[in-house]
Design a protein around this ligand. Structure first.
Ligand SMILES: [Fe+2]
Length: 361
């Protein structure tokens, strides 16, 4: 990639930093919900998540393809917020590396014994440089395999967690941190001035983590994979049938970025989730980056449908290592919502419409 200050650059190798932990994939998230019974009705009864385990103040949920204990922990608490974002690492050695790595970055770090998070082995929990709480784990319980229990499937028939989308005030800084952890870059939204959003991966899909420029740290949404577009549509039909259509925030539609078929829903606490299907393989070592112009109305919705303003403004607060809600920092760069060609701005005939461009990473 040529030196270009408008585009994120690979992390500068710092010889002082110890080896990075080998992250395999995004694996689970923790959401604090203010009414666990209400959250259970939404996530389990309507969306069809599988309950792996249940406690008086917590639910451990997974999709039908997930072979480890959970993809989502719903924990009852006084304030709706996002807790730790969980990443699987390859081996116990990577937990030792994680401790050294985050300490070298100056991040507060904890080592939690096996079972401290139900269903998982030992965990390294850190406040990452972007202000998010992350859990790294190397082993997990394997509950009953449900991939072919078609008789159990309900709701959106969610298969697994696919990605985290996080709001950050400085997208190139977020890119730099995750590139330093060995994440590949699949797609961006940008112009000649700056990068507004970026998608990065460890597993061989479009992303494990994406950055949306905005006040942060905040969790924009959790992305869950479904196998079929009709699962997305069926979920919308179910919500409509029950007069719960207000939970549908945006979509359904086809993303330009990632090519995925999607819908965004809000849970009873306002936490945003995406049901997402049909993105693509990114495993080749020379996988080319797809760069979308911020002026292309198709980048966020390939059919040019409106992006809802709340989709840009709203996101979940995140917790720190002590369980307190983290303060946020305002966006430190140009805002996509004001310069981009969205449904509510694309009516501007002066906005040129440009297609995506291929560029080497
Ligand atoms: Fe997403």
């Amino acid at each position: 990639m040529p030196a270009d200050p408008a585009r994120p650059q690979p992390a500068q190798l710092n010889p002082v930093l110890p080896p990075v932990p080998d992250i395999v994939r995004s694996a689970y998230a923790t959401l604090v919900v203010t009414d666990l019974a209400e959250a259970r009705r939404f996530w389990v009864d309507l969306l069809g998540f599988v309950v792996t385990a249940e406690e008086p103040a917590a639910l451990y949920l997974r999709g039908y393809d997930e072979l480890t204990h959970h993809n989502l922990i719903l924990r009852a608490g006084p304030v709706a917020a996002a807790g730790a974002l969980g990443f699987r690492v390859r081996s116990p050695l990577d937990l030792d590396r994680a401790v050294d790595y985050y300490k070298a970055l100056g991040c507060r770090t904890q080592r939690l014994p096996a079972g401290a998070v139900r269903g998982l082995g030992e965990i390294v929990r850190a406040e990452d440089p972007l202000g998010f709480l992350v859990d790294l784990f190397a082993s997990a319980e394997h509950p009953e395999r449900l991939q072919q229990r078609y008789d159990l499937r309900r709701g959106a028939e969610v298969a697994r967690l696919d990605h985290f989308n996080i709001c950050v005030p400085d997208v190139p800084r977020a890119y730099d941190y995750y590139a330093g952890l060995g994440f590949g870059l699949s797609e961006t939204i940008e112009d000649e001035r700056c990068v507004y959003a970026a998608w990065m991966y460890r597993k061989q899909t479009v992303h494990d983590v994406a950055f949306t420029g905005g006040a942060g740290p905040r969790l924009h949404h959790l992305g869950f994979f479904a196998h079929e577009a009709h699962s997305v549509l069926r979920m919308c039909d179910i919500l409509g049938s029950l007069s719960l259509e207000a939970h549908i925030e945006r979509g359904p539609g086809r993303h330009g970025v990632s090519n995925a078929f999607y819908v965004y829903l809000r849970d009873p606490d306002g936490h945003r989730m995406e049901i997402y299907t049909s993105d693509y393989y990114t495993g080749d070592p020379d996988h080319p980056v797809l760069r979308w112009s911020v002026l292309d109305p198709r980048r966020r919705d390939f059919w040019g449908n409106a992006v809802i303003p709340s989709w840009y403004s709203d996101a979940s607060a995140v917790l720190d290592l002590d369980g307190a809600v983290r303060p946020v920092t305002d966006l430190a760069q140009a805002a996509e919502v004001t310069v981009g060609a969205d449904g509510f701005t694309a009516k501007n005939p002066a906005a040129p419409q440009q297609g995506p461009q291929q560029a080497p990473r």
